[in-house]
Design a protein around this ligand. Structure first.
Ligand code: GDP
Ligand code: GDP
Length: 439
């Protein structure tokens, strides 16, 4: 996998879980419960300044005698060392340097892995002094943080990214030139391989090996009405046996890699199951990377239908989408090939929308209209005005709004503006970045 792994290690109670939760934010952790893994470890995708990484909390220790705990911690560290590109060695400024920290540091040095010594619970300037004693562990200057309050966590993350093997920041530009590239993602068994095989058909396959990607990520091209499309990472999809035993966690990482390299993400869900938490998580990542997104509801052939069924399903999905309800939803059957080319056509439309650049005059005429219908609420008796806007970038689109009080534009007002702009200008299936700047 291309996404580097950062493991947090340290004795119990230094604040590993607290730090983990702060870094992954709202994103739920994926618990790794593969057989053979000694105990549950939490993994989650995190990101800083556009650099994604997987965070591992070696957290939970086995309850028992102190001796047992210590052995368990050492074992966790050995497991973490195995897979980590960087080890965050967490210690506690409140308790100060302990004998066990010294023992752990010997283990960590033996590993030869890069270690970022981080002193937690540095909640105030005064505590910074306590952090200094950890210098003697021999990992250089300790990095003071407070996981609880977030103090210095930004600096800490800068350091983490600096120490990781260089990974490309998430590129928002199309890495594949003029082809429209598609990532087909979704839970195991939703029908991804079936769709890919239906679209490619044996004879149309041109295998391309894109340098710099996961070794076995093979992209395939297909043609539809003289236009070429690329399906990202078809290796994992066409060779069935490889995906079958992949735990969800790895398929999630793999999906993320694919999404990173596409223009349009096709999220497949099973008509009989509907949208699940995991689907929302993947969808959230695609939106965050500003990719075009289409939702396809597969196995439509299995659903007993009357004239209202599609509508009812769509409403149900839109409800779960909340702010992302601008995404197109298509009901397909990879088995009977019903509407599979409709997906391709919509993907092309979404890719086009993503490349659009709107004229500033057009945008501003509409801005005036939208703000006169509903002006931004004033803040502290001060009138908030949005003076003008302009599209600063396309593919993916970014619109900048200039205002006297950027901080006073609240989420509900942003949502209002976005909705208005979408009604007027479309941007079907395309996340819109709206930035508010001081003028
Ligand atoms: P773990 O066993 O290493 O995962 O530690 P936890 O995350 O469960 O934290 C242990 C205790 O330390 C909890 O009571 C936390 O609230 C507390 N704690 C964590 N981070 C901080 C911090 O930055 N400052 C202070 N004062 N307490 C913290
Ligand atoms: P993947 O794990 O997402 O790649 O899913 P597969 O393409 O391997 O499909 C899983 C199972 O669902 C297979 O038995 C397929 O034949 C079946 N399947 C896929 N698409 C459809 C569909 O549209 N309708 C029906 N009835 N079954 C389908």
């Amino acid at each position: 996998m291309n996404i580097p792994v950062v493991a947090i290690v340290g004795r119990p109670n230094v604040g590993k879980s607290t730090l983990f939760n702060r870094l992954v934010g709202g994103r739920a952790a994926i618990v790794d419960n593969r057989p053979g893994v000694t105990r549950d470890r939490k993994h989650a995708l995190a990101e800083w300044t556009g650099h994604p990484f997987t965070l591992v909390d070696t957290g939970g220790y086995l309850p028992g005698s102190d001796d047992k705990i210590e052995r368990a911690v050492v074992r966790q560290i050995q497991e973490a060392i195995h897979e980590a590109d960087l080890i965050v060695f967490l210690v506690d400024a409140k308790t100060g340097l302990t004998e066990f920290d010294r023992e752990l540091s010997v283990e960590l040095k033996k590993s030869g892995r890069p270690v970022l010594l981080t002193v937690n619970k540095v909640d105030s300037d005064a505590r910074e002094l306590n952090a200094l004693e950890f210098f003697e562990l021999g990992f250089g200057d300790p990095m003071p943080v407070s996981a609880e309050s977030g103090r210095n966590v930004g600096d800490f993350l800068d350091k983490v990214i600096e120490l990781l093997p260089a990974t490309a920041a998430i590129t928002t530009d199309n890495p594949n030139g003029k082809l429209i590239s598609l990532a087909i993602v979704g839970r195991p068994n939703v029908g991804k391989s079936s769709l890919v095989n239906a679209l490619l058909g044996e004879e149309k396959v041109i295998v391309t090996d894109i340098p710099g990607t996961t070794r076995d990520a093979i992209d395939s091209k297909f043609k539809y009405y003289s236009e070429e499309f690329l399906i990202v990472d078809t290796a994992g999809l066409r060779r069935k046996s490889k995906v079958r035993d992949a735990v969800e966690y790895y398929s999630t990482l793999r999906s993320l890699e694919s999404i990173k390299r596409c223009d349009v993400t096709i999220l497949m869900v099973d008509a009989m199951v509907g949208m699940e938490t995991q689907d929302m998580r993947i969808l959230g990542e695609a939106v965050r990377m500003n990719k075009g997104v289409i939702i396809t509801v597969n196995k439509w052939d299995l659903v007993e239908k009357d004239s209202n069924t599609a509508r009812a399903h769509e409403l149900q999905i839109r409800e779960t989408l909340k702010n992302n309800d601008y995404l197109p939803i298509v009901f397909i059957s990879a088995l009977t090939k019903q509407r599979i080319y409709k997906v391709v056509e919509i993907a092309r439309a979404v890719a086009e929308e993503r490349k659009r650049t709107l004229k500033t005059s057009e945008l501003n005429d509409y801005l005036a209209e939208a703000t006169s219908r509903y002006a931004p609420p004033s803040m502290d008796q001060r009138e908030v005005k949005i003076k003008y806007c302009t599209q600063v970038k396309s593919n993916p689109p970014v619109i900048a709004f200039f205002t006297n009080a950027p901080d006073s534009i609240k989420p509900h007002y942003r949502a209002y503006l976005e909705k208005q702009f979408r009604q007027r200008f479309g941007f079907l299936g395309v996340p819109l970045t709206m930035v508010f700047r001081k003028k």
